[in-house]
Design a protein around this ligand. Sequence first.
Ligand code: CP3
Length: 360
Amino acid sequence: MEFPKLANDLILRAAKGEQVEQVPVWIMRQAGRYLQEFQDVRAQHDFFTICRTPELACEVTLQPIRRFALDAAIIFSDILVVPQALGMTVEMLPGKGPHFPKPLEQPDDIKSLSYPVDVNKELNYVFAAITLTRHRLEGKVPLIGFCGSPWTLMSYMIEGGGSPTLSKAKSWLYQHQEASHRLLQIISDVCVDFLVGQVQAGAQMLQVFESHGGILSNQSFTTYCTPYLGQIVRRVKEKLSKNDLPVVPITVFAKGSHYAIEELSQLGYDILGLDWTIQPQDARKTAGGSVTLQGNLDPCALYASKDEIDRMTRDMLTQFGTQRYIANLGHGIYPTMNPDNVKAFVDSVHSISREIINQK
Ligand code: CP3
């Protein structure tokens, strides 16, 4: 069945480096707890039940689209569905976050993973949610699919949850190099099939979240992140074109990896996501002109007054420029954010960027 015709392709044009008349904007974690309507759904269903029920995942994906003039939707899911597909149990503890009752403790535990993974079986619920959401979006904005990066997922699988130092996972990189590469390769293989499957199901853009890159040394990043991130974008694009699927734009968001901007910009990703610690002009200089940049307002900046949000948005747009750029926060939005401030940010991006473009 055909999907409805796309009315707003602003973000796809920015991704490809084509001219835009206003800057596109979306927000990492735009579907979530800062919205009362999400809390209402969440009060009735466990987190992963929402992920696994296409009707519910679709509903919460659409919630922010109904409220704000966003230029993209991102499918409601979680990066931890991949460890689940590999046979690991993951729970989402209210107020605490993800919890793995049986994390990987030693290299031998890799054998306990169910690998290879038939993603069409194990992650079919994500594909079904994407297809349903493409229809329900009625072509209003493009739909983004995503996955976690191999290192970020490996670190959760070993730590068993959040950790400020990731010392258990990092110790593998120094004690069990061969096993680390083996595990990263297994996760990469699943990510490739998962991303291709999301496009086949209807995703029009993809993002890889390297949320835990910033805790590594530059050297470890180059050894354990870059090769797999490169492999993923290369293999996904190859498979898409071989299977006559659209070769959609792909973003890599590596939080905290300021030292890796140059190497990340050369991997074949269309878009480089930046956190708020990075100076836009520096990133532009380092990344060169052939990638689109995405980011990077401090998520906390949205706690400011609307006038301040306006001023900071203008500043950000002036520094990034209005072309080859997608506005976003530098990380996910906080659960205590007032939705009115989100609206102020989204509307400011549009009105100020139009003003700047029209002045030229
Ligand atoms: O709107 C969207 O962006 C789509 C949905 C989405 C979620 N998680 C929903 C979610 C996306 C893209 C993610 C990605 C994700 N998940 C990342 C990468 C982005 C980042 O923040 O760096 C990571 C590291 C995770 C793992 C994860 N999931 C953590 C650490 C937590 C707990 C912390 C938190 O924010 O609650 C989650 C839970 C989670 N994922 C929630 C939501 C809406 C809240 C869970 C709840 O309702 O209890």
